[in-house]
Design a protein around this ligand. Structure first.
Ligand SMILES: [Zn+2]
Length: 178
């Protein structure tokens, strides 16, 4: 029973988001659709080794996820990540040689989102870990200010992704379009 000073939203049937697998409303409180269509750049970094690894993940792909999941995709794709169980906080410091990168997030219909993590092994970019999005520990995400011991190939992918994000974002102080 909601508190009586809150107006109930429109009655809309829920749908099950293929990523979080929750029954979520079809509309957001602002009336926009709570289904976001994913394009390839939303799901994987444009690197041949990453595209090849993503193609090897079995299962039918979902095409739409809920708005919160689409935001999670945006935050996670291209983010550097530490191995599970590593103590301490590497954020802000130099990167370590065991730092990986989130190269792809794939919504598998009926099975949730697979997060593909990549490392450079023997000079080759390889998918070393596939994790369920709901089980990924956010404390593993890291934002080192300098490359440190991170593999140069991996750092280059990270910097390229950051450059693309900055190019897509409007400059600070730009008035919103009418
Ligand atoms: Zn979702």
């Amino acid at each position: 029973m909601p508190p009586n000073n809150i107006l109930e939203g429109p009655k809309v049937a829920p749908w099950t988001c293929p990523s979080c697998r929750e029954a979520v409303p079809r509309l957001l409180p602002n009336g926009q659709r709570n289904r976001v269509r994913l394009a390839s750049p939303d799901m994987l970094l444009p690197v041949p080794a990453i595209e090849a690894a993503a193609n090897r993940v079995p299962g039918p792909r979902a095409t739409e996820v809920c708005f919160p999941c689409s935001e999670a995709y945006r935050e996670l794709l291209g983010t550097l990540i530490r191995p599970p169980g590593e103590d301490g906080d590497a954020r802000g410091g130099p990167g370590l040689n065991d730092t990986g990168i989130v190269g792809a997030l794939l919504p598998i219909a009926g099975r949730g989102t697979r997060v593909l993590i990549f490392h450079v092994v023997d000079s080759l970019l390889q998918d070393t870990e596939i994790e369920d999005l709901r089980r990924l520990n956010p404390d593993r995400l890291t934002y080192p200010g300098t490359r440190g011991a991170i593999a140069p190939q991996l750092w280059a992918i990270y910097e390229q992704h950051l450059a693309e994000l900055h190019a897509a974002a409007p400059p600070e102080g730009t008035p919103p379009p009418d």
